[in-house]
Unconditional design. Sequence first.
Length: 425
Amino acid sequence: MRARYVAMANGPLSRPKLPGIKGINDYKGHTFHTSRWDYNYTGGDANGAPMTNLQNKRVAIIGTGATSVQCVPHLAKSCETLYVFQRTPSSVDVRNNQPTDEDWFNTIATPGWQQRWLENFTANQTGGMASEDLVMDGWTDLSRRIQARIRTLPEAERTPHGMMAAWEDSDYEKMNEIRARVDDIVKDPKTAEGLKAWYRQLCKRPCFHDDYLDSFNEPGTHLLHTDGKGVEQITETGLVANGVTYEVDCIIYASGFEVGTEHKRRAGFDLTGRGGHTLSDHWRDGMKTLHGTHVHGFPNAFIVQPTQGANLISNVPHNLTESGQTIALTVRHTLDQGHQEVEVTDDAEAAWVEILLSGPGRMIGSQDCTPGYYNNEGLDPGPGAKFHVGYPQGASAYFEYLKQWRSCGQFSGLSFRDKPEAFPD
Ligand SMILES: Cc1cc2nc3c(=O)[nH]c(=O)nc-3n(C[C@H](O)[C@H](O)[C@H](O)COP(=O)(O)OP(=O)(O)OC[C@H]3O[C@@H](n4cnc5c(N)ncnc54)[C@H](O)[C@@H]3O)c2cc1C
């Protein structure tokens, strides 16, 4: 298929990852990864119909991150026996999911409400000075609480050190609340102890769920807390953890997705640009773009993803809608002006990367944290990781900058050509 313009929106977390457990290939029972849910095996469907085929099955789920937190409540109701193998617990706060009140919705749903909510969420969540919180969810609560704590500091203590200490206090208070919630809900004290997260809230991706903890009160559901060690081995018929073997009919891998690995690997293809130059060559020493969207040497190709733009990971769609608008406008301008090609210049790309590297770097996922995707499983992420950042002034400032970049009509940093430059054969 031929296309004059290509936008690649192949997802930040779309390549499933399996755990490197000894014996993983030896298992003879049924297995699947959560991203390839096998309804033929489990019964039920994606609309939530009960998974009736699991009624007489012993099932193991490996992993207790954001995916597992959503699967376990359904599995706990369906399986004869469910073993939840946990390396480190997630922090699971209140989600307070409930039907939307139509009368209330009608009062807020005035033209442009979606954009206002996107922007309000971002302003609240990333330390902006939003006066109101329209979204009122766990993410905005998390950051508003930290901001409120910092505001109570006397003037003399508003130093970087004082503010970090206030953040730590607020974090400790919140994590204590989340741990207390476990005691309130989970009846068995040993299980409750195992479900308590003893780290700072942004060490791991915070989770919010109203039914997850209660699942562990189901008589057939067992937490296998391994105190950071994980599953030791998989055998032909089951799993070994804490020195004990558990025989199961099925293993479900809730082991997540690759994050920050090479683009070619996650996309499943390499992009070839001008002169036969590939994207993996261009990014050999690290990612280089303008706004995370345009890449020098790859005319008429665009990338739709958050890194090197706002890098707002708490609401990925906000990044995507902004990229979408930028790409649409750029293509429209190219067509309207009768140009054949649009491409970021080498200088503009280099200047953008320099701006990105002037910032403080990553704010979450310290190497001191327990392993997870925020800190590359605790492993050295390598020299390329320093390029996986966003606009130094933060997400709201980036979106404002991008809006101005679009509206001024200059398309600064992009060059437009009336004849294509040599493409590879
Ligand atoms: C467990 C989990 C929880 C998450 N929670 C949140 C959250 O709360 N908030 C949030 O904002 N984000 C969350 N995310 C991030 C989430 O990935 C994004 O918000 C959102 O899905 C990104 O949309 P996307 O369209 O970029 O990518 P995706 O939804 O991943 O879509 C990419 C699509 O491209 C396809 N594709 C990939 N490669 C190719 C190829 N070579 N050829 C053809 N098609 C291809 C994939 O099959 C997929 O259909 C979560 C992710 C996970 C895994």
